[in-house]
Design a protein around this ligand. Structure first.
Ligand SMILES: Cc1ncc(COP(=O)(O)O)c(C=O)c1O
Length: 421
């Protein structure tokens, strides 16, 4: 646990500041000798993790892709931080906030394997990514490349850039079940022309859970002098990687998704030397053009979020990033392997472990995704989201660490029964 004056205050108030001192800590030490791949299928351990969440009894929640609500430990810490920041008032903002935010930023940078000078805390992936899409020094006729499977808000931001700056958008379509990395690299490569300035790719496609070969795409784009913005909304703290290894120029993610921070937290990574290529959204005073903080003037904000992000990092490390990744992948392959070969069931997520992790997508032949989602909710008490566009027709299935195999068995049963109907 990191030492911070602020947390000492919380401890004095009797608020637990970090995992490791209670039954959660006992659970972790009981299972610490088990390697991640083996622990992925240890239901006793994951039942212990589930006990740390307050779950609604009304339905099985397989819609964690929107955001991963926080475990009780993080929630209680957040409430403590809200009380304390409110108690300290402006004194906190003037004396403690900056140092605490810098400490949290440094921890996020460590999690992403990059330098703290390359990272700022934002409110979400939308803010991080749209800041870059709008901030690039566009000239009329410059081209941008993206995929129809990218997130709608970013595609809209590119449409806005087209209206505002005359950017020409080239939209490719990524196959749901690609044969090779080269197939995807070639797809993006073919859309690049001498006028292309920026390529945006999803690290994990949100509607299917497909992981793209980001490094190979970035290397290809750079060989043609094109910068790459990566939408990592579903990748960061979901599966393990180091940001510099991706060789991208910009990376945006939400932290309230797979890092399980409270709502309203995101991260923007700008590779050293790139900040000067971007206009800020909100003006900051004069700074070094390559200081990433130029891009991060946000005014007064809910500063307790910075502290809760740190708690979420504690929780993430306590479980272990690799263990989390292995469990999430295990859960997805548990149910997809049971339905993939059933006639009438269409799994829209690749089978290759390098191309997937916790999120999957399944459709039923002849059943509209909206009707499928409705039946799942009404008959089987499973909450999902219907996806019906961009060549993907099915329900997105996004379990979380608290999901049990029994819950996934209900999904498997539903798919089998509906495919037969
Ligand atoms: C791929 C992708 N990018 C960006 C976003 C936007 O995230 P947020 O609403 O947290 O800004 C989402 C949200 O689901 C997403 O799935």
């Amino acid at each position: 646990m990191r030492k911070r004056t602020f947390l000492k205050n919380l401890l004095a108030l009797g608020v637990t500041a970090s995992p490791g001192t209670n039954s959660f800590g006992q659970l972790l030490s009981r299972f610490e000798h088990i390697p991640p791949a083996q622990l992925a299928s240890n239901e006793d351990f994951w039942a212990g993790i589930r006990a740390g969440y307050k779950l609604k009894p009304d339905y099985i929640n397989l819609e964690n892709g929107f955001y991963c609500f926080v475990p009780q430990e993080t929630l209680e810490n957040l409430i403590g931080h809200v009380r304390e920041v409110n108690y300290q008032g402006s004194w906190y903002m003037r004396n403690e906030r900056k140092g605490n935010k810098a400490a949290t930023t440094a921890r996020l940078a460590e999690l992403g394997g990059c330098s703290p000078e390359e990272v700022v805390i934002t409110r979400n992936a939308t803010e991080s990514l749209d800041l870059i899409i709008t901030g690039i020094h566009w000239k009329e006729g410059d081209e941008a490349v993206m995929a129809e499977q990218d997130y709608g808000a970013m595609l809209n931001q590119f449409k806005l850039a087209a209206k505002r700056y005359g950017v020409v958008n080239k939209v490719v379509s990524v196959p749901n079940l690609p044969q090779s990395d080269e197939e995807i690299v070639a797809l993006y490569s073919a859309a690049i022309t001498p006028k292309t300035r920026l390529l945006m790719i999803s690290h994990m496609i949100n509607i299917t859970g497909q992981i793209l070969p980001v490094r190979k795409i970035c290397d290809m784009a750079h060989s043609k002098g094109v910068q790459v913005l990566v939408d990592g909304a579903h990748a960061f703290a979901h599966f393990q990687f180091n940001l510099p290894d991706l060789n991208c120029d910009y990376y945006g993610t939400s932290l309230h998704k797979w890092l399980s921070t409270p709502l309203g937290a995101g991260l923007l990574y700008v590779k050293k030397g790139n900040a000067e290529h971007v206009w800020p959204l909100l003006a900051q005073g004069e700074r070094d053009p390559n200081d990433i903080h130029r891009l991060n003037h946000i005014g007064t904000y809910p500063a307790y979020t910075d502290l809760a992000i740190s708690d979420a990092i504690d929780y993430h490390h306590a479980i272990g990033g690799k263990r989390k990744e292995e469990r999430l992948r295990y859960l997805q392959t548990y149910w997809t392997s049971k339905v993939r070969d059933i006639p009438g069931v269409i799994v829209n997520t690749p089978e290759d472990p390098a191309r997937h992790c916790g999120i999957g997508n399944v459709g039923i032949e002849g059943l509209k995704p909206a009707d499928f989602a409705k039946i799942l909710m009404e008959k089987y008490k499973i909450f999902t989201v219907a996806i019906d566009g961009s060549n993907v027709h099915g329900c997105r299935i996004s379990p979380n660490l608290y999901t049990t195999l029994d819950e996934l068995d209900v999904l498997v049963k539903a798919c089998k029964e509906l495919a037969k109907a």
